[in-house]
Design a protein around this ligand. Structure first.
Ligand SMILES: Nc1nc2c(c(=O)[nH]1)N[C@H]1C(S)=C(S)[C@@H](COP(=O)(O)O)O[C@H]1N2
Ligand SMILES: [Mo]
Length: 360
């Protein structure tokens, strides 16, 4: 029997590394897209069809992120003795390569740990998650490019070898299996049929009206304003303003839309919404087409109390001020008296408890 010392090495490191590289690339690209949609304010065009597009890209982001954990562990195991080789520095190139590995491993561990804690909604750190997670992702990519650049000849030789000994084959099979299991336990938060096996999909099925909740009305301190008979939704056009009670909105022509909530944390759930399109309301204050629109919540504080709709989203026939959800009056926790729901948009931008819609 071969022992760990002889089984380790480039045959395993290169194959596991290849899959890890692919996972990291997909994870980076989908994460970067998500960042752009949230922060570019419309200058990066993001289509509104298919309506599940963001659920798909963000699901991929979380799945590839989780898949990279077992792959990283096997990869580290395969090269483990090399990490402590002496002398530590042999040449400038060697030093750069060793340095890039230290940075790569550290940054990757930071990304998966912070990503998983974020998905679990547990924030034991003092920094605001998205910008840090985003910045360290660039560090991962930079260090990865250096690492691949330096190792390319070795990777090529190792991958070209067709004969792999049985012990190594077993390690590789175990790595693929572990990765497959890791994917399955989280995939259920975006793929409904996998829900039953997804022990790590924390918020895929619960919540009133068959839809998970990210922030409850109590947590957002919405209080009485949402349920007051004096509630009005203000709609502001170019020089014209109108306000609508919930009954006013109910009496207008209703649009039905089946659209997902796709949280940046990776869970997504489709639901049937019913309400008035944003465009319908804008027409009532004679707001021209093709303008950005600011949507504000009753919520006083909180990072997600307001969002700007790019013009194409504001004018989309599926961008709805929802009054009903899955056949019943919208639950207070889902945004009663009314909430925004638009196609192919991150959940954080689907503002709940609306108070104002204003053309910019
Ligand atoms: N006003 C307001 N709207 C909000 C939020 C918030 O904190 N405040 N959270 C957002 C997030 S992160 C998500 S994923 C969705 C979740 O909607 P749901 O709770 O109805 O499923 O609401 C969004 N709308
Ligand atoms: Mo979210």
């Amino acid at each position: 029997m071969s022992d760990a010392k002889t089984v380790r090495g480039p045959a395993i490191a290169s194959r596991v590394g290849l899959l890890l590289g692919i996972a990291i690339t997909i994870c980076f690209v989908t994460g970067y897209l998500s960042f752009l949609i949230q922060h570019s304010h419309g200058w990066v065009p993001w289509p509104t069809r298919p309506v599940w597009l963001y659920s798909f890209t963000q699901g991929l982001h979380v799945i590839t992120g989780v898949a990279s954990i077992p792959l990283l562990l096997v990869k580290l195991w395969a090269v483990f003795p090399n990490l402590f080789q002496k002398p530590i520095i042999r040449s400038p190139l060697h030093a750069a390569e060793r340095g890039s590995i230290a940075v790569l491993v550290g940054a990757m561990i930071f990304e998966v740990v912070s990503g998983i804690l974020n998905a679990a909604q547990w924030y034991p750190w003092a920094f605001f998650f998205p910008p840090v997670h985003y910045a360290v992702a660039w560090v991962v990519v930079g260090a990865l490019l250096i690492h691949i650049g330096v190792k390319l000849p070795e990777i090529r030789t190792a991958l070209a070898e067709k004969e792999i000994d049985p012990a190594r084959r077993t390690v590789l099979r175990t790595a693929w299996l572990a990765t497959g299991i890791a994917v399955l336990v989280v995939a259920g938060q975006s793929v409904p049929v996998l829900r039953r096996v997804s022990v790590l999909a924390p918020r895929s099925g619960n919540g009133p009206q068959d839809l998970p909740i990210n922030r409850t009305a109590a947590a957002a301190d919405i209080g009485a304003a949402a349920q007051s008979p004096d509630y009005r939704l203000a709609v502001v056009g170019a020089g014209q303003e109108k306000s609508f009670s919930r009954i006013d909105l109910q009496l207008m022509a209703q649009t039905k839309a089946t659209l997902p909530i796709s949280c940046v944390e990776g869970w997504s759930a489709s639901a049937n919404w019913e309400g008035v399109t944003v465009r319908q309301l804008l027409d009532l204050v004679k707001a021209p087409q093709g303008r950005e629109v600011r949507v504000t919540s009753l919520e006083k504080n909180g990072l997600y109390r307001a969002t700007t709709l790019p013009a194409d989203v504001a004018d989309d026939p599926l961008t709805v001020v929802a009054l009903r959800l899955n056949g019943a009056v919208l639950d207070l926790d889902h945004g009663y008296p009314c909430r925004l729901i638009a196609p192919a948009r991150p959940g954080v931008l689907q503002t709940k408890w609306l108070s104002r819609i204003e053309v910019l």
